[in-house]
Design a protein around this ligand. Structure first.
Ligand SMILES: NC(=O)c1ccc[n+]([C@@H]2O[C@H](COP(=O)([O-])OP(=O)(O)OC[C@H]3O[C@@H](n4cnc5c(N)ncnc54)[C@H](O)[C@@H]3O)[C@@H](O)[C@H]2O)c1
Length: 386
C-alpha cells in the first residue's frame, strides 16, 4: 500500500450504485487546486465484461480503453490512471502478481450484492487495502464484527456507504448535537417510503431474498437507521419491537416494516420503512427531538429539505446552509458544489482524509456494525429466522 496520492482504487461490482462511485472517481482524479489528484481508478471487477465496459466508458481519465482482461499484461500499470485492469473476480485481482506499485489498489470499493460484502472486504483487508463497503456492511452481525476486528489488526480504514451522514448540513448539525448545542437527544421518528415496483425486485435473483439482500428494512431503511442512531448520540440498543410484512411484492423479504427501538439513556427511535409506495415519489422524512431544539429533514423525489430550531424557537436553516457552503468552498473549492448531490464523493473525500490523518471516517466500521445490529434486532423480534 503506497499511501501516496493519487490513491489507487479497485471497484468490485459494476452495477447500479457503481455509477455514484464513478462520479466520485471522475471528481477525485481531476487535479484539484487544493488537493491535486487524490485518487484514480486502476481496476474494474465484475463477472460481466459489458458491466465493466459500461463503467469504463464513463471514466474520463483512461486513454487506453480495453475490454481485455489484464492477466498481468506487462503493459498494464505502466501509465497509472491510463490503463484500467479488468478482472472477473476479486480473487483474480489478488491472485494476479501485481508487481508494479501502480497496479496495486490502496482502496477496494465493494458494490456487489450485499451477501458478498463480508468475504470480499475480508480479502481486501488481508491484502493490505482500505475498504469502502456499500451498505449493509454484511448480512450477519458476526461477520460485521469480524471485519471491525480485522480493520484494527491490519490498521486499515473501512467506510460504509451510509450516504445520509454525508448529505449537506447533516455533518454540521451532528457535530453541534455532540457538542451539546441542542441539549440531550430524546427521541426520533423516521419514515422511509422508498417505493419500488416488482420489476426492481425481478431484475436480479439476489434482490429481495433473505440471504442476499433483505427487504425494505435491511436494504432501504438502514441508511435512515444509521442517521437517526447517529443523531441520537449512538446509544446502545436496549430492546426493540419489530413487525414486518410482505404485502404487494413477490419476494421473500418484507416490503413493509416497523420498529420501535428503546435505546440507552432513555432515548427512543421509531421507524416505518416500506417499498410499497409510489416509485416515482420516493421520500424519507426525519424528526429528532432534543431537550433544547428539534431537527426535521426530508428527501422527496431527490429534493432535500430541512429545518433546525433551537430552544428559543429560532430557525437556524440559513445559518447552516451558509456554514456548509463556506466550509466546502474553503476545503474543496467551487468545483465541489456540483458534487453536493452525490454523497459518494463526500464519502471518498472523508475516507482519503481519514487515511492520511489516521482517524476514523464519519461512516466508520462501528456505524456499519451498529446499523446492522438495529436491523437484525428488528428482524429477530418480528420472527425472522436469522
Ligand atoms: N449507498 C447507496 O446509496 C446504495 C444504493 C444502491 C445500492 N446499494 C448497495 O450496493 C450493493 C449493490 O447494489 P446495486 O443496486 O448496484 O446492485 P446491482 O445488481 O445493480 O450491481 C451489482 C453488480 O455486482 C456484480 N457482481 C456480482 N457478483 C460479483 C462478484 N462476485 N464480483 C464482482 N462483481 C460481482 C454484478 O454483476 C453487478 O454488476 C448492494 O449491497 C446495495 O445494498 C447502496
Amino acid at each position: 500500500m503506497s499511501n501516496k496520492v493519487p490513491l489507487k482504487i479497485a471497484l468490485v461490482g459494476c452495477g447500479r450504485v457503481a455509477d455514484k462511485h464513478l462520479k466520485a472517481f471522475n471528481y477525485l482524479a481531476k487535479n484539484n487546486k487544493k488537493h491535486g489528484k487524490r485518487a484514480e481508478l486502476i481496476a474494474l471487477i465484475d463477472p460481466f465484461p459489458q458491466a465493466r465496459e459500461r463503467i469504463l466508458s464513463g471514466y474520463k481519465f483512461v486513454k487506453n480503453k480495453t475490454t481485455e482482461k489484464c492477466n498481468n499484461d506487462p503493459t498494464g500499470g505502466k501509465n497509472a490512471g491510463q490503463y484500467i485492469q479488468q478482472f472477473d473476480s476479486i480473487e483474480d485481482l489478488f491472485a494476479t502478481n501485481l508487481n508494479d506499485v501502480n497496479e496495486k489498489p490502496d482502496i477496494v470499493a465493494i458494490t456487489t450484492p450485499s451477501s458478498q460484502h463480508y468475504t470480499q472486504a475480508k480479502l481486501a483487508l488481508e491484502n493490505d487495502c482500505h475498504v469502502f463497503i456499500e451498505k449493509p456492511i454484511a448480512m450477519k452481525l458476526e461477520h460485521a464484527q469480524e471485519l471491525q476486528i480485522l480493520a484494527g489488526q491490519y490498521n486499515k480504514k473501512i467506510v460504509i456507504g451510509h450516504i445520509y451522514r454525508y448529505f449537506p448540513v447533516i455533518g454540521l448539525v451532528a457535530q453541534d448535537i455532540v457538542q451539546g448545542m441542542f441539549g440531550k437527544p430524546l427521541y426520533g421518528t423516521v419514515s422511509v417510503r422508498w417505493g419500488h415496483d416488482q420489476a426492481y425486485y425481478d431484475q436480479a435473483a439476489w434482490r429481495g431474498t433473505r440471504e442476499h439482500d433483505g427487504g425494505a428494512i435491511m436494504n432501504q431503511s438502514i441508511h435512515a437507521l444509521d442517521l437517526m442512531h447517529w443523531l441520537l448520540g449512538e446509544p446502545d440498543l436496549i430492546s426493540v419491537k419489530g413487525a414486518i410484512s410482505t404485502q404487494i411484492h413477490q419476494m421473500e423479504s418484507e416490503d413493509l416494516g416497523f420498529g420501535i427501538f428503546e435505546l440507552a439513556d432513555n432515548r427512543w427511535l421509531m421507524l416505518e420503512g416500506t417499498t410499497n409506495t409510489e416509485p416515482t415519489r420516493q421520500e424519507a422524512s426525519f424528526f429528532v427531538r432534543l431537550t433544547q431544539g428539534d431537527i426535521k429533514a426530508g428527501i422527496s423525489s431527490g429534493k432535500i429539505s430541512f429545518s433546525v430550531f433551537d430552544s428559543n424557537g429560532k430557525q437556524l436553516k440559513k445559518w447552516y446552509i451558509k456554514r456548509e457552503i463556506t466550509q466546502r468552498i474553503k476545503t474543496e473549492g467551487f468545483s465541489y458544489l456540483l458534487q453536493m448531490g452525490n454523497p459518494h464523493t463526500a464519502i471518498y473525500i472523508d475516507l482519503i482524509d481519514s487515511i492520511f490523518h489516521d482517524r476514523q471516517p464519519l461512516a466508520d466500521v462501528v456505524s456499519g456494525v451498529k446499523s446492522l445490529e438495529l436491523v437484525l434486532a428488528l428482524y429477530q423480534d418480528a420472527g425472522v429466522e436469522l
